[in-house]
Design a protein around this ligand. Sequence first.
Ligand code: ATP
Ligand code: SF4
Length: 348
Amino acid sequence: MSTPETTPVTTDVATAPPVLEISSLCVDYGVGQGAVRALHDVDLTLRRGEVLGLAGESGSGKSTLAYAVTRLLSPPGVITGGDVRYHPRGGEPVDVLAMTPQELRAFRWQEISIVFQGAMNSLNPVHTVRTQLTDVLKAHRPGMSRTERVERARELLSLVGISPDRLSAYPHQLSGGMRQRVMIAMALALEPEVVIMDEPTTALDVVMQRQILRQLVRLREELGFSVVFITHDISLLIEFSDRIAIMYGGRIVEQAGAAEIYRDPRHPYSDGLLHSFPALRGPRRELTGIPGSPPDLKAMPPGCAFHPRCPKAFDPCDRRVPRLAPVGTDTDRSVACWLNDDRRSGEA
Ligand code: ATP
Ligand code: SF4
């Protein structure tokens, strides 16, 4: 595992105001008797200008969270509770869950954009990069002339490190890394305040993944947007994010600064994840992985959902659900684990 090197939490980011506040968010798949809970009371704040990494094994609820906060969740997914507030620059907070379809159309792309898993394969194969970039501008910036749109498309390609000459290329004429950069350019087209990236680089080799992430972090410094970066590879997040939130069984189980999680993971699951991914640089950690498999939503273990796999499980763990709570005097770290919670004799 490499030592965090690219984005130390600057004082500005660490104390920046929130841009997106998620409180007690719950999502079920299905309704009535057959419903299963995929998100349990998720609390998460994205600060203005920060890169927040969201990590966890497959099925932990990362994509469900991304779809829910952008209101892109489709049936059988249902938001059953909670609150999502967007704080526009210089404006009053907006209740995202109460937005009308018309408000949502303006909200997505302009305020918040999302790059999905495998997005590079969703470019239209029969249209050039120019057409696909300018179409977004045409739909959302009706006042722009054709020349202005093409000029902006050139600028966007340069931003993501692709020569503007490639505007006339079709997707199949570009490498996977370039197609993914085009998707990122599209996500940035309307200068959103928040960009959510759901495993955008997993289909690429590790060198390309890091190149793209490095560029994204540089762009965030230039343009000031905030990023939620979702991946199961925590080593990438340690390098590129300011803070990390770790999910297990539909809950956030730990959140803290990236360097703090790297140095001193407080949740046994975070520790297991850190020992599951090889480092490209820096001192080696023994890769031990995490025994067992993630829980099945239909048969969630009682108490702490991680207890059947946890090497440190003890008395209250299989009976009572630990809540996410601040640890000691560190106001920027919270953990959901009885090992770190002196309320274990209290009400769960
Ligand atoms: P991955 O890294 O594999 O994308 P994830 O952490 O993003 O995983 P989600 O895709 O959010 O996890 O899934 C969370 C849980 O919700 C999983 O148990 C999954 O099986 C379940 N789930 C997701 N979509 C549906 C659906 N359409 N119907 C029923 N269950 C679903
Ligand atoms: Fe392990 Fe118990 Fe902490 Fe869960 S609450 S992670 S089972 S020690």
